[in-house]
Design a protein around this ligand. Structure first.
Ligand code: FMN
Length: 180
């Protein structure tokens, strides 16, 4: 079984990517293959119906969908910009939705967010929780890590005990679901 992870961010220093990477590192079951991808490898023109009509769908949108299709389950952490998706990520979602509305393909998803703020990206998490089922994501658990800079270290991952335990519970429930 393959678990694909990605952050809903194209920042080279993405804290959400760090959270996804930490999460994948916690998976010790050797029967589970994990892969972390970077949305910078799937750059797309800005979506516009005229561009769509003129040029069709970009190769990178198909390349991203192929990655999703190869996976059995998804671990995603969304960056929050002005209470919602980061623009490049919204753009990717828009392109994908035009090719196949249900592009998450009923795959189980652990959906997360983090931000330097005290709400941990809770607004984009909520927006994603509302919308991703339309894209046929099967959201099994959610987790948000508030105040990333206080609660996460490069060497140890989530340092705050309560958040670490909450994260571990969410991940284990997600993995239990996969093993059923
Ligand atoms: C344009 C912009 C808007 C932002 N808006 C929010 C916000 O609404 N809520 C929040 O918690 N953080 C906000 N932030 C801070 C981001 O959460 C922070 O940059 C975080 O590192 C983004 O995640 P990433 O590092 O994975 O890209 C914003 C940052 C930018 C650049």
């Amino acid at each position: 079984m393959k678990i694909l992870g990605f952050a809903g961010s194209t920042s080279s220093k993405s804290i959400n990517k760090k959270l996804v990477s930490f999460t994948l590192d916690q998976i010790s079951d050797s029967s589970l293959e994990t892969e972390l991808i970077d949305l910078n490898d799937y750059k797309l023109p800005m979506f516009n119906v005229d561009v769509e009509e003129k040029d069709g769908y970009p190769d990178n949108a198909y390349k991203f969908l192929e990655k999703l299709n190869e996976a059995d389950a998804l671990i995603v952490s969304m960056a929050e910009h002005n209470n919602s998706y980061a623009a490049e990520v919204k753009n990717l979602l828009d392109w994908c939705s035009r090719i196949e509305l249900g592009f998450f393909g009923e795959k189980p998803m652990l959906l997360m967010s983090t931000s330097p703020g005290g709400y941990g990206g809770g607004n984009v998490l909520e927006a994603s929780k509302q919308r991703f089922p339309k894209f046929k994501a099967d959201i099994i658990r959610t987790f948000k890590l508030p105040s990333f800079n206080d609660n996460f270290s490069e060497d140890h991952g989530i340092t705050d005990e309560e958040n670490r335990s909450e994260h571990s519970k969410a991940l284990n429930q997600f993995l239990d679901h996969l093993s059923k």
